[in-house]
Design a protein around this ligand. Structure first.
Ligand code: WTA
Length: 651
């Protein structure tokens, strides 16, 4: 743990809304006088009928439920669009930077965005979408993605965004789980000069026997590439947009009505549909965006995430637009066509705040400082980090080289389930320590518990739990409320279990140490090891598979798969390559195994449980007797020796 302390820069101390005293006083009040604090905060939003209640949530099994602002009514799109029109309808809502730097960026003012959203909302209605229906979005990073999100919000349809890098198989699973009836996609996506065959993937997904709920596919023409359109099912976005009116009254939504669902990985093989509500979620996205990034009119704010992940939902679309910000959307990759690209985009649009992931920083760091220093970057005032623990080395590089020492680093810890940031610094308030997400935001009550659930005091390390509900908390798992309770509230009763480990130092700073469950974080993408295992065992030659993460310089964690073949099958390099391709096709390129080790047997306890602890150590290359620990409880201890021996021949 680095104890280096970076104080609040003078520029931020005078500019920021928050200072350290106010931060502490707010946090105290948010816990001690929660109802009045949250009802006051609710005034950030524009309500059709304001709430008289704040939280009525309970983590106890008897009266379990998550509920915020239960008697309030609002519409999320009104909060992100309509209410800004009178005062700054002509200010830019979205700047779109294309993949290819030779192309012209697009700019949409709040008025133009409002217009497009209302029209597309009418298109969705014409396609049969009603309040509560699920609409799946499988789109590249183009403004139409934001338009589609907000159009769903306008009519109360629940959007489910599927990341454009997911395979047809993964897309079909996510469509079927929530029975969505409408799908919005594009002909192709573009990333780093390459085309992503989105519509072809959609066709493949919808051809699967179990994927039958979609009756309408709306296709945005993004590249003009050749695709098939199925008559009666597929329609062009530009055709239908031309034929609708731009008046679309917003649907009144209860604060607890679902706004969206987003599938995420957990310890089991099947991703779960995380459900977020309307009022609490939007309040949380908007409040945390303000506290963490202290947005001011005129600033250009860039969250370089993808809309396919929660970061894109909360910090490209909902948070910034609720706050009337100018949000930059980038179609491409941070290092294409050159490792300078991310900084060139900063210069081109005079970006004030850049929010990205540690894996991006580590990859850029490796390319050398010249790619950074060749650019100007004088517009930058604030830098953010999200998605995985940021190692102090990357932190210092981001701070010293990218930000020239003048930009605070806002390291935001949170999860799909939490809706938006939970533990994070505020630029005018918090002295920073490289690698620490610092302190909880208002209303967040973190605790560190030991394996038995005993709350630790003072400096300590253990499991990170949250002791009370906050407005952005997910409300349920789609179609499986019981799984919601079992997954998050049964391990350490009375608290929300994050699945992360954390340390707290003597100054009260929090340091996230990474997942303590079978979830791994590859390049900031969250993945269940069980998902990769399920994909592998679907292969005809595979009998069994066990997947663990191992430390990776750039990705944070890599994917290490132990594969046992069926009797009579021979390990070979070509089979290894075939299995890698197989997983890419089943899940998507983000799940590409880095290493496949053929294993004649896996270390199991006598009750048949795979001892992952041992597999992790072997994957890390730490095969000392001390590292492997006690293997006497294994059904067959010789398996370990064999794994250690064959590890040496893994390419
Ligand atoms: C990890 C992404 C350390 C963590 C917003 C969490 C982090 C998981 C940080 C959630 C951070 C995210 N420091 N770890 N600043 N941010 N994580 O659902 O393990 O895709 O549980 O949400 O990412 O990933 P998810």
């Amino acid at each position: 743990m680095s104890q280096e302390l970076f104080p609040v820069p003078a520029e931020w101390a005078t500019r920021a809304r928050m200072n350290e005293d106010r931060r502490m006083a707010d946090h105290k009040r948010s816990l001690e006088d929660a109802d009045s604090y949250w009802l006051e905060q609710a005034a950030r939003l524009n309500w059709m009928s304001p709430p008289s209640k704040a939280s009525e949530s309970s983590f106890d099994e008897a009266d379990f439920g998550i509920s915020w602002f239960a008697d309030g009514t609002l519409n999320v799109s009104v909060n992100c669009l309509d209410r800004h029109l009178a005062d700054h309808g002509d200010s830019v809502a979205i700047i779109w930077e294309p993949d290819d730097p030779a192309e012209t960026p697009r700019r949409l003012t709040y008025r133009q965005l409002h217009h497009a959203v209302c029209r597309f909302a009418n298109v969705l209605k014409d396609a049969g979408a009603r309040k509560g229906d699920r609409v799946t979005l499988y789109l590249p990073m183009i403004p139409e993605a934001a338009i589609a999100l907000l159009a769903c919000a306008r009519i109360g349809a629940i959007h489910s965004v599927v990341f454009g890098g997911f395979s047809p198989e993964a897309l079909a699973g996510r469509i079927t789980d929530c029975d969505s009836t409408i799908l919005v996609t594009a002909d192709e996506g573009r990333r780093g000069g390459k085309r992503v065959p989105l519509k072809a993937n959609v066709d493949a997904a919808l051809a699967m026997d179990h994927c039958t709920s979609i009756h309408r596919v709306i296709v945005v023409q993004a590249t003009g590439g050749a695709i098939d359109m199925q008559p009666g099912r597929d329609i062009w976005y530009h055709d239908v947009m031309a034929g609708v009116v731009s008046d679309c009254p917003p649907e009144p939504m209860n604060a607890c009505d679902p706004l969206f669902l987003l599938y995420t990985s957990g310890s089991t093989g099947k991703p779960k549909g995380v459900v977020h509500g309307s009022g609490g979620y939007l309040l949380w996205a908007s409040l945390t965006h303000e506290l963490c990034f202290d947005y001011r009119p005129g600033d250009v704010y860039w969250c370089a995430a993808d809309i396919g992940w929660v970061t894109g939902h909360s910090y490209i679309v909902y948070g910034p637009l609720a706050n009337g910000a100018t949000t930059l959307m980038y179609e491409g990759l941070p290092s294409w066509p050159t490792p300078s690209r991310i900084w060139q985009v900063v210069d081109r649009h005079q970006v004030h705040t850049l929010f990205t992931a540690p894996t991006v920083l580590r990859a850029l760091m490796k390319e050398g400082d010249d790619f950074v220093t060749a650019t100007d970057r004088s517009s930058l005032r604030l830098l953010g980090s999200v998605g995985e623990p940021i190692n102090p080395e990357a932190w210092r590089w981001y701070h010293a080289i990218a930000g020239e020492g003048r930009c605070p680093i806002i390291d935001t810890w949170w999860q799909t389930e939490t809706g938006a940031a939970m533990i994070a610094p505020m630029p005018g308030a918090t002295a920073l320590k490289p690698g620490s997400a610092t302190f909880p935001l208002p209303g967040v009550e973190p605790q560190i518990v030991d394996g038995e659930g005993v709350v630790q005091q003072g400096p300590c390390e253990g499991n990170l739990v949250i002791a009370r509900s906050w407005p952005g908390q997910m409300q349920t798992v789609w179609n499986d409320h019981d799984r919601f309770f079992q997954t998050y509230f049964s391990t350490f009763p009375g608290t929300y279990t994050t699945g992360d480990g954390a340390r707290r130092d003597a100054d009260g700073y929090y340091w996230i140490t990474g997942r303590v469950d079978d979830v791994i974080n590859v390049s900031g993408h969250r993945m269940g090891t069980a998902e990769v295992e399920s994909a592998l065992v679907l292969h005809a030659k595979v009998a069994e598979a066990a997947v663990v993460g191992f430390p990776h310089d750039i990705k944070g964690q890599g994917i290490y798969a132990y594969v046992t073949l069926n009797m009579g099958e021979e390990p070979s390099d070509s089979l290894r390559r075939a299995l890698v391709q197989w997983v890419r096709a089943e899940i998507g390129p983000i799940a590409t195994p880095d290493v496949i080790q053929f294993a004649p047997g896996l270390p199991k306890t006598r009750s048949g449980k795979i001892m992952r602890r041992i597999l992790r150590k072997i994957a890390e290359g730490d095969v000392s007797a001390q590292a492997l620990g006690d293997i006497s409880t294994l059904a067959d201890p010789t398996v370990v020796k064999e794994l250690v021996r064959t590890r040496a021949i893994v390419p």
